[in-house]
Ligand binder design. Sequence first.
Ligand code: C5P
Length: 222
Amino acid sequence: NKPQPLRGKRLLITAGPTRESLDPVRFLSNHSSGKMGFAIAEQARSLGAEVTLIAGPVALPTPAGVTRINVESAGQMLETVMAKVNSQDIFIATAAVADYRAENVADNKIKKNADELTLTFVKNPDILKTVAGLPKPPFCVGFAAESQDVEAYAKRKLADKKLDMIAANDITVAGLGFNSDANALQVFWPEGHCDLPAQPKTELALALLNVVIERYQEKNDT
Ligand code: C5P
């Protein structure tokens, strides 16, 4: 019988990309596979947590015992997160939310008449920052995919978004991170940091949750 350190705890996780419509047949999105978020959901459940997984469009099966809600756009993801977040103990944002959406979604299919096409995009809401800014936020964990100055950018996001923890990875390392099965993470919290070496995302998810549990207990005991 495995220890259940997350028994009685509720975890909310976002995962995968979002899809921002341009017209009835086209969208803007990214290559996020959702693997990291789904691995965290599965491991959190195995540690006893009650897990709600809010997923963008990904081709992954729902981990056993996890409640999954499918969404498409950043707007829908925000709305769904806000509807669920009040009763949560821990929020882990792994989703690769599209930073921008089309200012106007065309009612009809955009025609290829002109040689150039200009679309205007507007910024999407920051879901994680919105949650971390609530009067009584859950323990908030963010992810940061960086291509340079990993530590500096991660620490800036930790402070800017008022997070409890951020897990950063260097996307320039071949075979790790975005859309692959393995990753390595540098984890930062306001008073410290640790490195989780390259390993399959399923194992990395468990290693990360162990750090989350330690910091969560520390924060809630003091
Ligand atoms: O600022 P950046 O996009 O690098 O921050 C990444 C972190 O913020 C991730 O945890 C991601 O899930 C979250 N995020 C979000 N909503 C956005 C953009 C990012 O929740 N619109």
